[in-house]
Design a binder for this molecule. Structure first.
Ligand code: HEM
Length: 367
């Protein structure tokens, strides 16, 4: 069970927060007529997020008005480790609200990479809400209460829900290919490292308000699990560069051992095109390209052909979209894993800096 993360601060919750078990990613298009109304919308989202993540008893509206809360979590709303993270997409800065000069410079419609088959109706959007909690009902409740409070101001563009497995049997949770996912992540307890890799800074081209925010990448990637399940384990492990059972690099024995890419004394090798080797070649230049990943699994049932529809909601936070995510994604082009995955949705967003105190709201400094 997670303790309730603090709502106020320099940064939003749901970024360094260890991934809770259940999540919803909801991309929204804003429909308000003016910039002032956009401000009202962001204030309302902040106020709802503050209430839902800290919990409490909703006020009694009396006998003639509808209840103030759906009641799904009982008469008193419990936080349940809830985090609500609000991010903005490039289209919010398209001119409707006179915000062109406030746009984080790297923010744009998601790039289409060579191995992608993007369905644009499930990409991008003006806003992204990343809602995570320990239990599924708390996620559902939060999405519903935020939707209720913002009706008329925004509409859902796409939504993808996800879950994280408990440790099986220990260590990092597994993705739906059976491999531990998230092992080699920068240490979120290292503030200097987070300053180098996660948090954006105003100046040198970026508007001042971005300080404390982060480029938020979401890629919804289907896994062709029927094909994957017909590949022998040795080949699967070579594609990733790690063992499926322990998560250890192929050149070591424990999950958190460092991989050896050159001249390993054991004679074991991690292939040149293995996922972890391409993603992080561990050179001097690649140290600055690391990103904070916070992925979720999804299970969408079956498609129209009766094929299993499941995969990964890849999520990463970056100080600089191009230096980190884009550089790594380009290096992964054509990797053997691409035969078994199909990126089709998601987007580039910018997670707003945190709300400082109870009078502040998310996006205030951007407007
Ligand atoms: C590491 C799977 C997509 C970047 C890993 C690992 C696995 C994995 C099993 C090793 C364990 C770990 O350190 O987390 C997958 C699968 C994907 C996918 C199944 C698609 C469905 C991506 C994408 C990116 C990415 C789109 C970024 C462009 C990384 C990075 C690492 C990693 C940076 C850590 C490498 C290291 O430092 O050793 N991935 N991944 N992955 N992946 Fe992925």
């Amino acid at each position: 069970r997670s303790a309730a993360p603090a709502f106020h601060g320099d940064h939003q919750q749901g970024i360094l927060t260890p991934a809770q078990r259940s999540a919803a990613f909801v991309a929204l298009d804003v429909t308000t007529a003016s910039r002032a109304e956009l401000g009202d919308l962001l204030r309302t989202i902040t106020e709802r997020a503050r209430f839902l993540t800290t919990g409490g008893t909703p006020p009694d509206p009396g006998l003639t008005a509808p209840p103030r809360d759906s009641g799904v979590l009982g008469p008193t709303v419990v936080p349940d480790g809830l985090t609500v993270t609000l991010s903005v997409g490039a289209s919010l800065f398209d001119g409707r609200y006179g915000l062109a000069s406030a746009k984080p410079v790297k923010l744009r419609t998601m790039d289409e990479f060579p191995d992608d088959s993007l369905r644009r109706e499930v990409c991008d959007g003006d806003l992204l809400l990343q809602v995570c909690a320990d239990d599924r009902d708390a996620v559902t409740h939060a999405v519903r209460e935020i939707a209720r409070a913002t009706r008329g101001g925004m509409g859902v563009r796409w939504r993808q829900d996800g879950f994280v497995s408990p440790p099986r049997p220990s260590g990092t949770p597994r993705n739906l290919m059976g491999f531990k996912d998230g092992t080699s992540n920068p240490d979120t307890g290292d503030a200097a490292l987070m300053k180098q890799l996660v948090w954006a800074h105003g100046g040198s081209g970026e508007p001042a308000w971005v300080t404390g925010g982060s480029y938020h990448v979401v890629r919804v990637i289907r896994m062709l699990v029927e094909f994957w399940d017909r590949v022998n384990l040795h080949e699967q492990e070579n594609m990733i560069g790690r063992r499926r059972d322990t998560g250890a690099p192929l050149t070591a024995s424990a999950e958190h051992d460092d991989p050896h890419f050159e001249n390993d004394p054991t004679g074991d090798v991690i292939q040149l095109d293995a996922h972890i080797r391409l993603a992080n070649p561990r050179t001097k230049a690649s140290a600055d390209q690391r990103m904070l990943r916070r992925a979720y699994n999804y299970d969408g049932g079956v498609d129209a052909n009766g094929t299993l529809d499941m995969g990964l909601v890849f999520v990463a936070f970056n100080q600089d979209l191009d230096r980190q995510f884009v550089a790594v994604q380009k290096r992964l082009a054509g990797e053997p894993l691409t035969d078994y995955i199909q990126p089709f949705g998601g987007g580039y967003y910018f997670a707003l800096p945190g709300a400082r105190d109870s009078s502040d709201w998310l996006g205030r400094s951007m407007l």
